[in-house]
Structure formats: C-alpha cells, structure tokens
Ligand binder design. Sequence first.
Ligand SMILES: CC(C)CCNC(=O)Cn1cc(-c2ccc3c(-c4nc5ccccc5[nH]4)n[nH]c3c2)cn1
Length: 262
Amino acid sequence: WVLSDFEVGKPLGRGKFGHVYLAREKRSNQIVALKVLFKSQLKQSQVEHQLRREVEIQSHLRHPNILRLYGYFYDKTRVYLILEYAAKGELYKELTRCKHFSERRSATYIASLARALIYLHGKHVIHRDIKPENLLIGAQGELKIADFGWSVHTFNRRRTMCGTLDYLPPEMVEKTEHDYHVDIWSLGILCYEFLYGVPPFEAKEHSETYRRIVKVDLKFPLKPFVSPAAKDLISQMLVKNSAHRLPLHKVLEHPWIVQNAD
Ligand SMILES: CC(C)CCNC(=O)Cn1cc(-c2ccc3c(-c4nc5ccccc5[nH]4)n[nH]c3c2)cn1
C-alpha cells in the first residue's frame, strides 16, 4: 500500500501518537479509518518494537466485535495503519449523550464484549483496554473493541501512566501479578458504567479511587433503577480475589444476560 492508494477525508480522532482520518481506498471504494503515526514520535517514545508486535497480533485477529486492522505501510516520516471504519463512532460519546444505557442495550454490549474476550483469551491475548473510550459502534449498532492503547499483551504499563484509574483491578492497584481475570473485572466496571453512567469507584482524588477499588467499595445508587439481576452479575465480576470472578462463559449464561441481550 501507498498513501496515493487512498483518498483521505475528515479527521476522525486524535490519539497520543497521531491522527485518524476517514479514507477511501481508490480501487475498491472501501471506506477505512487511516491512522497516521509519526516515526519521530514513535522513536522518542521507544514504542516502535511494541507497535510492530501489536500490528502483528492485531492483523491476525478476526472477530465481529474487534476492530479489524486490514494492513499497514510507511513512508520516510510516517507509519500508516489501515483500520476498520466504525460507522456509528465512539461509544463514550453515545454514553455521555444518553447519560446511561437501558438494561437491554447494556446486556447486549456486555454479551458481545464477553464473546470478544473469550476469543482473545483463547489466543492468549489479555488486557484489552475495554473502557468506553476504546469502544466504537459499527453500522449495525454492534460494539467494536478498538485497542487504542496497544495494551494487547500481558504487561501494560501504559494504563498506570495516564488515563483513568477507574478500570484498574485491585491486583493492578496493589501491583501484584495479574492475568486474564483483569478483563472480567474491567467488564464488570463497564457494565456498571453502562447502567449508571459513572464507574463504580469514581472519586475526586486518585488516592480515594485506589482505596475504593482495593476495598471493592461497591455501592448501587437508587437512581436510575437497575434490576437485582444486573446488580447480581456486577457483584459476581467485581470480586477482589481474581480467581473468584465469574468466568466469561458464565457471564454469557447469567439470567440478566440471557433475558436482556439481543
Ligand atoms: C498498534 C495497532 C495495531 C493498534 C491498532 N489500533 C489502533 O490504532 C486503535 N485505534 C483505532 C482508532 C480509530 C478511531 C476512530 C475510528 C472510527 C470512527 N468512526 C467514526 C464515525 C463517526 C465519528 C467518529 C468516528 N470514528 N472508525 N474506526 C476508527 C478507528 C484509532 N486508534
């Protein structure tokens, strides 16, 4: 691929390492999201090797709820990633607009994320940044995990450096070992945030958020009304001991998911 294969359109978003543009591949007329990364910035952040590895992993992932990486190319100064275009944009903007989602919409999203995570764990890939900022919505309203953070493999220092702490599980806050159970914790946080519009351990100060996470200080507000079944599922995922968190296949069998997910 070369840049002239594409007709580049409006910017879709700005990431830490570069911008994403709407683009059309001229021969096929296929609409894509073209992410442009500056080599200079990659070099100074020493992420070139990590980027190469993530591109390698992502290009082999095929799942309806994981944003596709179709390919990549580079020129003298930039690296270009050819990504799937998600026609209905960023999920967190939709969540902000709606304040919170219905139980049916939340359960449908959680079920598709659980299936995507089962697929990823089957490929020994954990720790996707599954917070709202990293989720996009496809043309049919389906959820797409768009891993902005390149946190595909086991270690991922990125999250603790910047971005929200709300999604960190106790074992990460306490800097102990962590494994794929972290994704079940994050799914529980996401389910809570879909239903209430805010993450469960949100606090003004980081130190207070940390304290609430390690204590699993889980409280369910009276408003908006959320069914006991939904609270039951969240309570089985936000468990301090990672081995006791509800396994992903059990999430898909939970009554709240079975009764509410499309
Ligand atoms: C290291 C590499 C393999 C990671 C690859 N993944 C990423 O770079 C993550 N990433 C995805 C994007 C991204 C951002 C926005 C979109 C969009 C999109 N569709 C929109 C519709 C309306 C308004 C905004 C939209 N953004 N579709 N696909 C995207 C893809 C940016 N970074």
